[in-house]
Design a protein around this ligand. Sequence first.
Ligand SMILES: [Fe+2]
Ligand SMILES: [Fe+2]
Length: 357
Amino acid sequence: MNGYSRRDFVKSGGALLALSSLPLSMVELAFGKGDAQRFTFAYISDSHITQIKGREFVRNWDRGLIRAVTEANLLDPRPDFFFYGGDIAQLGKRAEIDHGLDILSALRGQTHYVIGEHDYYLDLGDYWRKQLGPDHYSFDHKGVHFVVLNSILTYDHWTHDRWGSGEERMQQMARLDNPQGSPFMVGEAQRKWLQQDLSKVSRDTPLVVFSHSPLQKIYKGWNFWTDDAEQVQALLEPFAKVTVLYGHVHQIQTNQIGNISFHAAMATAWPWPYPATYRQQASYLPKLTVNMNRADPFFERDATGWQFIDLHSGLANVHYTLPGNRNRVVAFDEKLGHPADLRYRLAANREPSQTHY
Ligand SMILES: [Fe+2]
Ligand SMILES: [Fe+2]
């Protein structure tokens, strides 16, 4: 483990595992040699705060986010910053965004955000941007270049010409398996911006890209998909160490495409099933996905959870911690050249994922 001793890793991992029930992701970066480049950040995602009426909100979703924020503030070592992976709101309402941000304001440190489709399609992100600033940006932290993209845009004609109201548009985009829906994309303007942004970054600088939808194609029917994923990947291709972290899918996903490692975050609200369990076709998941048993639909936090991610030298070791389920570890395997599940890598060793939903 370059620049990062196994003892330290186990020590800090142990401290985090003690908080094993919190639905957030802990990301540890340890690039370069020595402690100067080492730091952590926490990742919370997909809270889907849902207004019932007035000040009344769906309690389970509130509680998922409150718990994540509370426990994130207890993390030791303290994370350098927090990241929120999108879908604060369920239907993009101001009351939902306000309520979610009110809960998130208790985080003791800087928080960066990426926009989700549930935050966007009511007013095309106006209120979100008013509260949080631009929906695509980059920043540098301790030698790592971070990029945030709005990956949930779609065709102009779908966005502007088809719907009588923002509410109707939001309802359409909020549904899975909706033939009236439209695929997500980063879009040409942002890809140009990304190209420009990356032109200032040296090729050996570790790159971490945050998007809401996966910047890879998994399952179009649920928009586990970004239409111009390959074009975005091509812009990331020249860099030696690239990690893409995303929300939206509410489940464990891991993949490697060329030089890019992909890792999904679990939600604080609810788990989506694996597309393969729905379609009964394995090809709907990245081949490196670790199956996760969801045997207890009566447990409100079933298959929600958090990740501890050690990205030393740009290679990710991901510790998935699930309340009520056995933990999973997906570690970058130097020999294979991609992340691999040490314990459940062989399909025969895996617990079957649910066959109903
Ligand atoms: Fe979501
Ligand atoms: Fe989403």
